[in-house]
Design a protein around this ligand. Structure first.
Ligand code: GAP
Length: 493
């Protein structure tokens, strides 16, 4: 009955998201702004519910405090964090037509047949027997061609001569590319009236640094002792060049990050703890278990002792939705060094002073939105017709209940409006009296409303209504004065 076709599902979701007011292209009437999206009436509810569930899960506990740091921070923060130096992608310029390309995007845009030709031309000009043999043995296997091409591009002995074979996609000339240079992904702006280098500030590319620099402020004011965490939800900005796949990689997005400060020798245990907790969070909100997995990093960043990604199987493949890192004492030590302020913690038990280790959990709110949306999307055949349904967990569903008078007469609208007014105090509800009841149910299924409350003839007689559950389509008969409790129990579980 249930079917999800991988190939067109993203297209269907983008279209549904727009049609039903979840997500719109930013500045659409001006042709859109690449990598930026606007959340419509239902999207903003879903996103808010995801963030709220994260906030409750992460901060409604004794050992985690909340924070909302500013987006603009002292520029030295980004020197200390390493972002000024290292947060970059390789770019190349065409010396002839002055066009600029991100190297990986340029390479991705060349088809396998052309890549093979470039490699063959290139092989006649090099001496490496190993590479010549690999190129000569290439057949039509696209993956193999891409692997050989990328290997050579990453080899500093050969990348220049391979680049010299490629035609500029803009002007068509060959041999006109500069060497690849690093392009920083941080958005720059100026603080104050002067637009000079002394006034440069960055739109934060992650929320984490706002937490690191506030470590002692939060610890001192909340009188927390290690281990404890600081959680924050907020916007982050990255000048990504490759922004495909809807909300997966955007230039403006939201992160939900928590940094957990621990004694160095307890770091591994806490890493394992948060790894488990975070996967459970996605599962508890209904995400399909078989579409979730850990991806442990073998190659670690210079500051990390352990790292894993929680990945979701999107229609275009597995993709990271959250990263969990043991960041050691790298971040606080760097901020000590750059600010010349001590960020050491005094351990009253051992009477020692040390820089804590940090376990980071870093999830994308917008990327989780996309994962929850994709995961909830189903097309099912019901009585010979296709019903599109978003099976959101009731906690995440934008609208919790729809109130539907069966007909617009016999006192039904009056009762329905009264129910609506009562429930609206506690829940986001929707009143709909337009069209046949079956069509109204379908409209609610399509936006993921878990409960449809119908006021019918029997309501007039005994003050009961039917409550139709979205996934099973089973209807319960409930007394009107029990509706609030019924919904609360069903939503909270
Ligand atoms: N503080 C660590 C950090 O920022 P990251 O892996 O770069 O780590 C963490 O980002 C999470 O933020 C990712 O798992 C992803 O969910 C989200 N994210 C990162 N870049 C994104 C982008 N361009 N668009 C949407 N979400 C993004």
């Amino acid at each position: 009955m249930q079917e999800k076709k991988k190939t067109d599902i993203v297209e269907k979701i983008v279209s549904l998201a727009k049609r039903r007011g979840f997500v719109f292209q930013s500045s659409e009437i001006y042709g859109g702004l690449n990598g930026c999206w606007d959340y419509g009436p239902l999207g903003v509810e879903l996103l808010k519910n995801i963030k709220e569930e994260w906030w409750k899960f992460m901060t409604y506990r004794e050992d985690v405090e909340g924070l909302d740091a500013s987006i603009l921070m002292h520029p030295k923060v980004w020197e200390a964090s390493g972002h000024v130096e290292n947060f970059s992608d390789p770019m190349i310029d065409c010396k002839q037509c002055k066009s600029r390309f991100r190297l990986d995007i340029l390479v991705e845009s060349i088809n396998a047949k052309k890549k093979k030709k470039y490699l063959q031309d290139f092989s006649s000009k090099i001496e490496s027997k190993e590479y010549i043999e690999r190129i000569q043995s290439l057949k039509e296997d696209e993956d193999e061609i891409n692997t050989v091409f990328n290997t050579l591009l990453e080899d500093e002995n050969y990348n220049k001569s391979l680049l010299a074979e490629i035609n500029c996609p803009q002007c068509g000339n060959k041999g006109t590319f500069t060497e690849a240079r690093q392009f920083n992904l941080m958005f720059k702006t100026f603080i104050g009236p002067l637009e000079d280098t002394s006034a440069v500030v960055y739109l934060r590319p992650e929320t984490a640094q706002g937490i690191f620099v506030n470590f002692l402020n939060v610890q001192g004011s909340s009188r927390q002792k290690l281990p404890f965490g600081i959680a924050q939800i907020g916007k982050a900005f990255r000048n990504e060049i490759n922004t495909k796949n809807f909300l997966f990689r955007t230039r403006e997005f939201e992160q939900m990050e928590m940094q957990y400060f621990v004694k160095p020798d307890a770091a591994q245990n806490w890493f394992d703890y948060w790894k488990t907790e975070r996967l459970e969070w996605f599962k508890n909100l209904g995400m399909t278990t078989t579409k979730l997995r850990y991806h442990d990093h073998e190659k670690l960043a210079h500051y990390a002792d352990a790292a894993t990604d929680i990945e979701y199987e999107f229609p275009f493949g597995w993709g990271e939705i959250e990263g969990i890192h043991n960041r050691t004492n790298y971040d606080l030590s760097r901020h000590e060094q750059f600010s010349s302020k001590s960020l050491k913690y005094f351990d009253e038990e051992t009477k020692e002073k040390y820089v804590p280790f940090i376990i980071e959990t870093s999830a994308g709110a917008s990327r989780s939105f996309m994962a929850f949306f994709v995961d909830a999307y189903f097309e099912e055949e019901v009585n010979g017709e296709v019903r599109t349904v978003l099976k959101f967990h009731p906690k995440l569903a934008p609208i919790k209940a729809a109130i539907l008078p069966l007909v617009n007469k016999d006192g039904m609208p009056e009762i329905a409006r009264k129910i609506e007014a009562d429930l609206r105090k506690n829940f986001k509800v929707f009143y709909d009296d337009k069209g046949a009841i079956g069509r109204r149910y379908r409209r609610q299924d399509e936006v993921g409303t878990p409960f449809c409350i119908t006021i019918d003839t029997q309501t007039i007689e005994d003050n009961t209504v039917t409550v139709r559950e979205r996934d099973t389509m089973i209807q319960d008969r409930i007394a009107i004065d029990q509706l609030k409790n019924y919904l609360l129990t069903k939503i909270l579980g």
